[in-house]
Every structure is written in structure tokens, then in C-alpha cells.
Ligand binder design. Structure first.
Ligand SMILES: [Zn+2]
Length: 139
């Protein structure tokens, strides 16, 4: 009984004080781990401090917004938006440069949608993870 109470209090404390995030990325298995590592390194978010959602094409293509809305409503204020090059199954035949352009357009919408959150642009290719914060000014 006493232990249960302590556990609950500890959990409550953690939830109330922890910074939370959301990571949206392409489901491509090659880049999931590298993306998570880069996002966590850059933001300091712990393993369980962010929601994660992946779909074909990642943040470069439109996706239903249920997950990101849920995360935001439940406290997420650090968002990571990932897409990758070197052949994306969600964007067949699209060149790396064009995927990045799509990603920029989509992120600009997210910055407008969640203006009080931090937004990170993540673009991954074989061997290189590029991550940087995007401000409401654009790039
Ligand atoms: Zn992909």
C-alpha cells in the first residue's frame, strides 16, 4: 500500500515536470534508430519522453494529425519532423532535393499550427543525419 503510493507520487512528479516531445518519421527501417538518436541527442529527450509515429514518406507527406494533436494536447512541446532520401518507398521516384523541399513546406505548416513549440527538421540519408531547429521565421 505504502509502496504503491510512493510509485504513484513519483510518476506524478515525473509527468508534471518532464519535457515531452513528438517525433514523426518515415517508417523506413534503415533510418528509425539513427533518427531517434539524433532527435534525443539534440533535444535531451529521454527514451520515454516523446511520442513516435511513423508512416510512408514521413513528415514530407501529409498524414492524419490525430497522433500529433494527441501529443500536443498531452504536453508535447518539442516536435521532430523527419524525412529521408536515398529512395523512399512512400515517395517513389522523388529525388532527395525534392523530398527536402516537401519537408520544408510541411514543417512550415507545423510551425504555424504549433507556434509555442520547438520544431526540429530531420533529414537522413545513408550515413548522414542532418537535424536543426526551425523557427517561425522559416529556415
Ligand atoms: Zn521513406
Amino acid at each position: 500500500m505504502r509502496i504503491d503510493r510512493n510509485v504513484k507520487l513519483g510518476y506524478h512528479f515525473m509527468v508534471k515536470n518532464e519535457t515531452l516531445g513528438y517525433l514523426g518519421l518515415c517508417m523506413d527501417r534503415r533510418f528509425i534508430e539513427a533518427t531517434r538518436q539524433a532527435f534525443q541527442q539534440k533535444t535531451g529527450l529521454g527514451d520515454t519522453a516523446f511520442w513516435q509515429e511513423s508512416w510512408p514518406g514521413g513528415a514530407a507527406v501529409a498524414h492524419d494529425e490525430v497522433g500529433e494533436n494527441y501529443a500536443y494536447t498531452h504536453g508535447a512541446r518539442i516536435f521532430g519532423w523527419q524525412a529521408h532520401g536515398d529512395t523512399c518507398g512512400g515517395q517513389p521516384g522523388v529525388a532527395n532535393e525534392d523530398i527536402q523541399q516537401r519537408l520544408d513546406v510541411m514543417i512550415a505548416r507545423k510551425v504555424e499550427k504549433f507556434p509555442d513549440a520547438a520544431h526540429y527538421r530531420i533529414f537522413v540519408t545513408e550515413g548522414v543525419v542532418s537535424i536543426r531547429e526551425i523557427t517561425s521565421g522559416g529556415k
